[in-house]
Design a protein around this ligand. Structure first.
Ligand SMILES: [Mg+2]
Length: 258
């Protein structure tokens, strides 16, 4: 995933902040007040590397004679960390260099990656399901805010959330995806945040893209903001101050008795 590592002090601060979100939601729920928690999906609640590696493996089998370098790479495949944010980098690291093979793989990968059928190959980030469930049970409305699009990916998104036991489709949940696949991610999140602002009090934001994290932090300065250290777009801006960095959601898995 990322070379970034957290100091133990930063990890403790992140874990404490995760717990405080639950307490704040509970307090407001008891007081009959709304709370909203925004969770991005790709790279925040889910690790997409398994989706990519599954798809590449499928392509290597289906098009074996047209993708011999990819097929050869799987003879020695050992480690998921070879999967980069960029498919070009991943293929280079797998030893695929023939332009015709790269073009075929990219085309076949995109057809599958951005489709309902392959999202079930994502793996939840450790502790994510348990944490989202706690936020939901405490009384917050969980908003899945994702750059996936309605035409190609809404059904698969719902399916994988249900598959892993995340609250979805029930009271206290909302899934917001893009209407158009071509829409710019940052613009989409900026526009939707204006709508969310009218719905109630945002108490927590979870993102893995620094640009989105900064946009949402600026829009909801009273919310606790968390940045999940997975993968993100190259050339991203620096993360604004006051945003907690977390590696996963495990720190918040075993709460002390209340
Ligand atoms: Mg993301």
């Amino acid at each position: 995933m990322t070379a970034l590592n957290l100091t133990s002090a930063a990890a403790k601060r992140g874990a404490g902040a995760l717990e405080r979100v639950i307490s704040r939601v509970r307090e407001r729920t008891v007081g009959q007040k709304s709370t909203l928690a925004i969770f991005d999906l790709d790279g925040t609640l889910f690790d997409n590397r398994t989706r990519t590696i599954f798809i590449l493996r499928e392509i290597s089998e289906k098009f074996d004679s047209k993708a011999p370098q990819l097929a050869a790479a799987f003879e020695n495949f050992r480690n998921l960390s070879i999967v980069d944010y960029s498919l070009d980098v991943t293929l280079r690291q797998l030893g695929v260099s023939r332009p015709a093979e790269i073009a075929l793989i990219k085309q076949e990968w995109a057809k599958r990656f951005f489709s309902d059928n392959y999202q079930k190959y994502d793996m939840p980030i450790p502790g994510a399901k348990a944490y989202v469930e706690r936020v939901h049970k405490a009384g917050a409305t969980v908003i899945y805010l994702t750059g996936r699009d309605v035409g190609r990916m809404l059904v698969g998104t719902t399916e994988v959330l249900r598959l892993y036991g995340f609250p979805v489709g029930v009271e206290g949940t909302m899934t917001i995806v893009k209407k158009e696949a071509e829409q710019d991610d940052e613009l989409f999140k900026r526009e939707v945040s204006a709508y969310i602002d009218r719905l109630g009090e945002v108490v927590a934001i979870f993102e893995n893209e620094p640009a989105n994290s900064n946009i949402l932090r600026a829009r909801f300065p009273g919310a606790s903001s968390f940045f999940v250290l997975t993968q993100h777009k190259p050339g991203a801006p620096a993360l604004d101050p006051g945003i907690h960095r977390i590696k996963n959601f495990r720190a918040a898995e075993r709460p002390r008795a209340v």
